[in-house]
Design a protein around this ligand. Structure first.
Ligand code: HEM
Ligand code: HEM
Length: 464
């Protein structure tokens, strides 16, 4: 009795060891025996490897067993029911947090938006009997291998599977390779696809009556095209919405607005400054509109409640305030030739808005899971920042020297445009000083010829 028991235990251990070694990542899938009775398989070859979806369906309970493969260079792979995203039930997979396994996430989808994980959908990875799941190396490439059972799925989505349909439509897609997604969270955010397409499957060839002994398709049934056909040709998505948004917003805050500063502080052309900043605001409006469109695509952004979006919208509001302050100040200044409170606020709020806009770029890249772009962005910000600060500094030094050469008359630090800070004025006269080295017709609003030279002693007005 004891002997028989020991032999049984040893035999069981041997069988288990063999089964496990057969299922190790190094074992080529193609060598496994075909164990399923009925199946259909779709295989689509891309430059980086095959996208495969093989299926066995069970008529009596509405369960499906599937085997899915795709090049792991893509951040995710998905197959969905129907011929369009809207109403589809999707089986989505991506790398797990430990980088070796896969996370299977059944999701429901609206029109052209990120699908949403539904915890009610009962899908589980199938393991055992040599069936493995994970990111495995096969023919020197890393591939996703997903074997799963999803229970009673026929009525779950608007795009239903009909087990009697010889031309049942399915969609497939792969995620962008330049995004990294390693997560055990079934609701993890995914970025819009690199490529998508439609295929049809003969479900009558993939359906068995009941589930006795049924498992996922294996061997040739899992890896060779059978009873399926591609519909049309797959589409390369080439989505540039994020890039457009980033280019407009970072372009405005890192290039256009700083150029506007140079127009005023270095070239001393107030109307060029105003036009440049108005252009910046226009580009920002377009950028925010694209940002709002982008927001609607993703689950993490559709409620417009992230720090990046709230700060961005707040900054857009203050850009309008800033533009109006600048404009009304300038009009008033032309009449009174006196500094105004609006001008003062405009002057100090400008750099703060600019700095926050630049900072929001960093938040944006992190928000879009593109944190690696923060490094080139930081370098660009640093380079442009140094050029702008350098030019302004050189201009100040030049002005100070010129003022000193003209008898110690201080040009007023950085307040060359009187309207913003208080360039020298004849006290109480409301007129510009007789000789103002920083005077520009544009800056002073086309005042015509300066007043005649006046040799009265004047004390420069202190900066306000
Ligand atoms: C973040 C997630 C996703 C977003 C934002 C998204 C967005 C979009 C957009 C905007 C289009 C229209 C493209 C055009 O007409 O130029 C589209 C089409 C399509 N997508 Fe997605 N998609 C996502 C995920 C998926 C997934 C997971 C699948 C997987 C099966 C998929 C499959 C398709 C297919 C087959 C089409 C063409 C059919 C149709 O218009 O619905 N998409 N998607
Ligand atoms: C100062 C203003 C802003 C700047 C500098 C800015 C910049 C950026 C940048 C650099 C990205 C990364 C793009 C990528 O890598 O694909 C981004 C992404 C994004 N931004 Fe903005 N942005 C601003 C305002 C806004 C506003 C007002 C909204 C919407 C209300 C918005 C919505 C988004 C969304 C939805 C994404 C993509 C998130 C994703 O891919 O999941 N942004 N932004």
């Amino acid at each position: 009795m004891f002997f028989t028991h020991t032999v049984l235990v040893v035999l069981t251990m041997l069988v288990t060891t063999l089964a496990l070694s057969e299922g190790s990542p190094a074992a080529p899938l193609i060598d496994r025996d075909d164990t399923t009775t009925a199946s259909s398989a779709f295989v689509y070859t891309t430059d980086s490897g095959n996208i495969t979806f093989a299926l066995t369906a069970v008529k009596s309970n509405g369960d499906i067993f599937f085997h899915m493969e795709a090049p792991a260079g893509n951040s995710w792979v998905a197959v969905g029911t129907g011929d369009k995203m809207d109403g589809s039930l999707m089986f989505l997979a991506y790398t797990s947090a430990n980088k070796k396994g896969v996370t299977l996430s059944p999701r429901l989808c609206g029109n052209h938006v990120e699908p949403t994980w539904d915890p009610e959908i009962d899908c589980e990875l199938v393991t055992g009997n040599g069936i493995t799941n994970g990111v495995i190396t096969y023919n020197n490439s890393e591939i996703y291998v997903v074997n799963a059972q999803c229970k009673n799925i026929t009525g779950l989505a608007r795009e239903k599977i009909d087990f009697g349909n010889t031309q049942q439509k399915f969609i497939f897609a792969v995620g962008p390779g330049d995004h990294t997604l390693e997560s055990d969270d079934k609701g993890a955010g995914i970025r819009r696809h690199d490529e998508y397409g439609v295929f049809q499957m003969d479900m009558t060839k993939a359906t068995v009556q009941d589930s006795d002994g049924v498992t996922v398709p294996t061997g040739k049934a899992a890896t060779e095209n059978s009873n399926t056909q591609i519909v049309g040709s797959p589409t390369q998505d080439n989505d540039r919405t994020g890039v457009l948004h980033a280019t407009a917003m970072c372009g405005a805050f890192v290039i256009i607005f700083p150029m506007g500063v140079v127009m005023l502080r270095v070239l001393e052309k107030v109307m060029f400054h105003a036009s440049m900043q108005a252009l910046g605001v226009l580009v920002s409006i377009v950028g925010v509109a694209i940002g709002l469109y982008l927001s609607m695509m993703y689950n993490h952004s559709k409620h417009i409640n992230s720090a990046h979006q709230i700060l961005g919208l707040t900054l857009l509001f203050f850009l309008f305030v800033q533009l109006s302050l600048g404009w009304f100040h300038h009009r008033l200044y032309k009449k009174t030739l006196r500094p105004t409170l609006m001008g003062k606020i405009h002057r100090y709020a400008g750099p703060v808005i600019l700095a926050l806009g630049v900072a929001n770029g960093f938040l944006g890249f992190s928000f879009a899971d593109s944190s690696r772009s923060n490094i080139p962005y930081a370098l660009a910000v640093l380079a442009i920042g140094l050029v702008v600060v350098g030019l302004v500094f050189l201009k100040q030094r030049q002005k100070k020297r010129r003022a000193a050469a003209l008898g110690g008359f201080d040009a007023g630090g950085s307040s060359e445009y009187a309207g913003h800070g208080g360039a020298p004025m004849i006290p109480g006269s409301g007129h510009a000083t007789p000789y103002d080295p920083s005077r520009s017709d544009v800056a002073l609003g086309h005042l015509g010829a300066p007043p005649a030279y006046d040799d009265r002693f004047v004390t420069p007005r202190p900066m306000v």
